[in-house]
Ligand binder design. Structure first.
Ligand SMILES: *Cc1c(COP(=O)(O)O)cnc(C)c1O
Length: 367
């Protein structure tokens, strides 16, 4: 027991940069090769190898990795992409930014991930892709999404920004389609800002390498429209060091989540589907029927626990979408319920035993 008068200050995330990262960055600075170079290539190879994927294409953040993925599948004006509304804004905004239309489908109430049935029901003759999100680190139901996309001849684009190392059986999330990762500081590993696309498709990989580098095939020969989405060697050096830490960090996230699930009494704890490896980017619970979620979060924050709501408003209800008449009548009951009930607790790998115990004690006494 931690004495009731004791308070702690525990953030929802705790990015860690150690000596290995610092030394690697100094080596890059000393080398003079600052932009995309040998370290980016090594990071792509090692990140892809870790996930058993054929190709890794590093970019400057997770948002541009989504945009590049859509562009590589030649998705644009007149096309529809099916996405969840219960996710980070970039999932849907990336679709809008290539000129296509995001079509929102509901989630599964237990995993919070896009529902395969709901997604299949939303397919029209304009649909070009389905984009499930491996939300909070739990993989979406990829065997079923793969079957649906194969059947309807659609691209499968995975938003894997929260799921480094997540698995279904022996297969990693991020290897079922074209998969977009983020290395923002609060993700399971970081490069400061950064992103990566994984794919097993040689032609998609070739297009991605052009799209991130001005559409160039060979020097000053521009085959397609591209951008400057390149990762720096400074970021890649950090990423290489962080990738070494990822397996131990993932185990620790799972250990922390198991502890919380065993000890929390007054909230609905997260589900891991049988055979899945949930990597707990977030540890997300629901309040029980009749409990005011916002009140609980406020009281936990007052007690120094960085509880946060991911995500407090579904994407189709964001102002930018509400300006478009076609989104006025979207109805997603499971999304609406999750939006009202969920909150996330610190689960990051640097939590101490005492911090874990404090979190449990406070949550059990507040709700
Ligand atoms: C973080 C995140 C992104 C965007 O990644 P950035 O690196 O911040 O651009 C996209 N989708 C989801 C689900 C995310 O969590």
């Amino acid at each position: 027991m931690i004495p009731a008068e004791k308070t702690m200050n525990i953030g929802i995330a705790k990015p860690y940069i150690g000596d290995a990262e610092k030394q690697a960055v100094m080596e890059v600075l000393d080398s003079g090769q600052l932009a995309q170079g040998a370290r980016v290539k090594a990071f792509e190879e090692q990140f892809a190898a870790y996930h058993n994927a054929k190709h890794g294409i590093a970019v400057n953040n997770g948002t541009t990795s989504l945009i590049a993925s859509l562009m590589a599948h030649e998705i644009g004006a007149g096309d529809e992409v099916i996405v969840p509304a219960f996710t980070f804004f970039a999932t849907a905004a990336s679709v809008l930014s290539v000129g296509a239309k995001p079509v929102f489908a509901d989630i599964e109430p237990d995993t919070f991930c896009l529902s395969p049935e709901a997604a299949e029901a939303a397919i029209t003759d304009k649909t070009k892709a389905i984009m499930p999100v491996h939300l909070y680190g739990h993989a979406a139901d990829m065997p079923r999404f793969k079957a649906i996309c194969d059947k309807h001849n659609l691209a499968l684009i995975e938003d894997a920004a929260q799921s480094h190392g997540a698995k279904i059986g022996d297969d990693f999330a991020g290897t079922w389609g074209t998969a977009s990762f983020s290395f923002y500081p609060t993700k399971n590993m970081t490069t400061s800002e950064g992103g990566m696309v994984l794919t097993n498709d040689d032609e998609i990989a070739r297009r991605l390498r052009m799209i991130r580098n001005q559409g160039m095939n060979t020097q000053y020969y521009h085959e397609v429209i591209g951008y400057n989405f390149r990762m720096t060697d400074i970021s890649a050096a950090i990423g290489l060091a962080q990738l070494e830490r990822l397996p131990a960090w993932t185990e620790q996230r799972i250990t922390n989540a198991d502890y919380l699930t065993e000890t929390l009494k007054s909230v609905v704890t997260p589900v891991t589907r049988p055979g899945y490896r949930h990597v707990f980017h977030q540890y997300t619970v629901r309040v029980k029927e009749g409990v005011n979620r916002d009140d609980v979060v406020k009281r936990l924050n007052e007690r120094g626990i960085g509880a946060r709501v991911y995500y407090p408003r579904p994407i189709h209800e964001q102002p930018v979408f509400q300006k478009m008449p076609e989104y006025a009548n979207v109805s997603l009951p499971y999304t609406a319920k999750a939006t009202d009930e969920v909150f996330s607790l610190p689960v990051h790998p640097l939590l101490t035993d005492e911090e874990r115990e404090y979190i449990t004690q406070e949550v059990n006494s507040i709700c």
